[in-house]
Design a binder for this molecule. Structure first.
Ligand code: FAD
Length: 292
């Protein structure tokens, strides 16, 4: 098969609780810098921490001290237009101009603000207020949990992309066939922007249990369940098998011409390094990196 393009390899990190401080995450990011990712995205708290103090500060560090392109996540359901404008100004000030525009999860016990009901509302607002920002959207190969079915979810995704997304990043998934099926449906719906596949290596039992609880919409293939069952009480083997599973997924996706792999690193530079080492030839990356 002729390869049509070189896929990107990017990372996602989350800001620590401000009470903990940034020393550890800055060190992890410096180690990730050696792997020359195409970009690093930084998640944002939906209603818990101050986004300027957390997400904007990390993106500033990545863009200016590490000189790596960065994307600030921005969940808007608990923000007002004024709050979003202030965040946009802060991002402008630190030279970050890429936003992953999100609705954010709605908590049953916290009433949303009135300004942004869907991510599309936020995208339209940014396009009017600050059209120089590049906007990325989130998507769900196995359907968003609030959606009655995948067709309406993809119809809504089409509206979101038409509002001004230049690319999409998926929720994590473990069954590549679900991703390929979703990609095909997006093409049929006229969604033509690049779709970056979100991959999360499972490294320990607690992470797996948390995931099973929060991502009920995600199918766990038999092969993946077998790993969780067999190595439930053997942390070292679980980590090794979790990493091997992620590498296997990535090799298959890249072979089938995925636009990019977005690695959910959980702030763990060693994980990023392991995946990088096993797959970097596929991404045409900096071959001089040998080890930490
Ligand atoms: P939307 O695109 O608004 O979709 C939400 C639901 O509304 C879907 O069911 C959709 O079908 C439906 N919908 C959309 N438009 C319409 C419409 N016009 N009419 C009717 N229905 C509509 N959360 C955080 O808090 N912080 C983060 O940093 C973060 N990062 C993420 C990164 C990625 C890659 C992904 C996949 C998710 C991330 N999330 C994050 C989680 C995200 O906020 C939740 O999944 C949230 O529930 C949906 O956000 P969204 O932007 O996809 O919503």
């Amino acid at each position: 098969m002729v390869r049509r393009h070189t896929p990107s390899l990017s990372f996602e990190v989350f800001p620590p609780n401000p009470a903990v401080g940034n020393d550890k995450i800055f060190q992890a990011l410096r180690e990730m810098q050696d792997l020359a990712p195409h970009f690093i995205s930084v998640t944002a708290s939906n209603n818990k921490f101050d986004i300027e103090e957390t997400t904007v500060r990390l993106t500033e560090f990545i863009a200016n001290e590490l000189q790596i392109p960065t994307i600030a996540h921005l969940p808007a359901v608990y923000l007002t237009k004024d709050m979003v404008s202030n965040i946009l100004q802060s991002l402008d000030r630190v030279g970050v101009h890429q936003i992953l525009a999100l609705r954010g999860d709605i908590f049953p016990d916290v009433a949303p603000k009135d300004d942004f009901t869907y991510a599309t509302d936020l995208i339209e607002y940014i396009k009017t207020e600050a059209p120089h920002f590049d906007i990325i959207g989130a998507c769900y190969p196995e359907g968003h949990p609030d959606s009655p079915n995948q067709i309406s979810d993809i119809q809504n995704l089409k509206k979101k992309v038409d509002a001004g997304c230049s690319s999409l990043v998926t929720q994590l998934f473990f069954d590549n066939e679900r991703f390929y099926d979703f990609q095909d449906k997006c093409i049929l719906a006229g969604i033509e922007v690049p779709i970056h596949a979100g991959i999360m290596p499972i490294l320990n039992r607690n992470q797996a249990l948390r995931l099973l609880k929060t991502c009920e919409n995600i199918k766990l293939p038999r092969k993946f369940r077998a790993i969780l069952d067999k190595y439930e009480h053997d942390p070292e083997s679980l980590r090794a098998a979790g990493l091997a599973y992620a590498v296997d997924q990535i090799v298959d996706l890249v072979t089938q011409d995925v636009a990019g792999i977005h690695l959910y690193t959980m702030n763990n530079a060693a994980t990023a390094y392991h995946i990088y080492k096993a797959t970097h030839a596929l991404f045409n990356h900096n071959p001089s990196v040998q080890s930490f």
